[in-house]
Design a protein around this ligand. Structure first.
Ligand SMILES: NC(=O)c1ccc[n+]([C@@H]2O[C@H](COP(=O)([O-])OP(=O)(O)OC[C@H]3O[C@@H](n4cnc5c(N)ncnc54)[C@H](OP(=O)(O)O)[C@@H]3O)[C@@H](O)[C@H]2O)c1
Length: 272
């Protein structure tokens, strides 16, 4: 099936590992000119080089902290300088910084979660939309979380920021549909990534059950297994999330905007 992604310029934030890396792989496999980005230069460059070699295609990497206004501006301006345009923006960078539980979270943790999960997407979108208007269209995909509408009590700052991200996505889809800028949101459920493995160890330690000696699998199952009984019977993979993102960026999704899609093995219990 022709996805129409060949030669499109696609920026994926937070793409040196995890879900973002698979989104970058999926878009590049469809022929897009992909710009990968993350803070850590070494891991980013390693991921870029490996992907580029695997797919025999040039892939760019621009280190940037999208949790700051300067980082967002650098990423978008540098992409424009190198490629002259941006057709696809995937706002993937995100996470749940700080300790578990409402009473343990400081103002700084809330601000960090807000900057990383919401402001990053708002700023990058604000920087690309005027050019997309001039170009006659574009695609923006926000990576939110099932925690936005089925909140996990451990990460309430993250839940709130991800819920705001869904709201922003809907607003932008309404505001810019006439410009053929299609804005959609994807909500992953528990997906096996380095972040999940690391958080399982941290949360177990916080609960007084250190995971020393446990493998990554054992730590993830020890912490998340009892808390996330997923109907399909397993956690998700980054590839399963990336597949829907690539679809939303493709020609096949040309009449889809303002939607929010769960990729969660049936975890979400509500119909909205
Ligand atoms: N995994 C899940 O179960 C799950 C579930 C629901 C939603 N999500 C969402 O899916 C997205 C990806 O999650 P993931 O599990 O793949 O995360 P991950 O494994 O922690 O990867 C995060 C990526 O983002 C980069 N990053 C982190 N902070 C950044 C910043 N300030 N600026 C730029 N890049 C930054 C990281 O590289 P550096 O550290 O080098 O910057 C890395 O490349 C996030 O928005 C997350 O909230 C994940």
């Amino acid at each position: 099936m022709e996805t129409g992604l060949a030669q499109k310029v696609a920026v994926v934030t937070g793409s040196s590992t995890g879900i973002g890396l698979e989104i970058a792989r999926g878009l590049a496999a469809e022929g897009a000119r992909v710009v990968m980005s993350a803070r850590g230069r070494e891991r980013l460059e390693e991921a870029r080089a490996a992907l580029s070699a695997e797919l025999s295609t040039p892939i760019a990497a621009i280190p940037a902290d999208v949790g700051t206004a300067e980082g967002c501006a650098h990423l978008i301006e540098e992409t424009r300088t190198r490629f002259g345009r941006i057709d696809v923006l995937v706002n993937n960078a995100g996470g749940a910084p700080g300790p578990a539980g409402f009473l343990n979270l400081a103002d700084e943790d809330w601000q960090h979660a807000w900057d990383l999960n919401l402001m990053s997407a708002m700023r990058c979108s604000r920087l690309v939309i005027p050019e997309m208007q001039k170009q006659g269209g574009g695609r923006i995909v926000m990576i939110s979380s099932t925690s936005a509408h089925q909140p996990d009590v451990v990460v309430c700052h993250y839940n709130a920021a991800k819920a705001a991200l869904i709201n922003l996505s809907k607003t932008l889809s309404n505001a810019f549909a006439a410009d053929q800028i299609l804005v959609n949101c994807v909500c992953p459920g528990l997906t096996r990534t380095p972040a999940v493995e690391a958080s399982a160890r941290v949360r177990l330690a916080e609960a007084g059950k250190p995971a020393d000696g446990l493998s990554a699998d054992e730590a993830v199952f020890a912490y998340y297994g009892p808390r996330r009984p997923i109907p399909i019977g397993r956690f998700g993979t980054p590839e399963e999330v990336a597949a829907i993102v690539v679809f939303l960026c493709s020609a096949q999704a040309s009449w889809i905007t303002g939607t929010c899609i769960n990729v969660d093995g049936g975890w979400t219990k509500t119909i909205l």
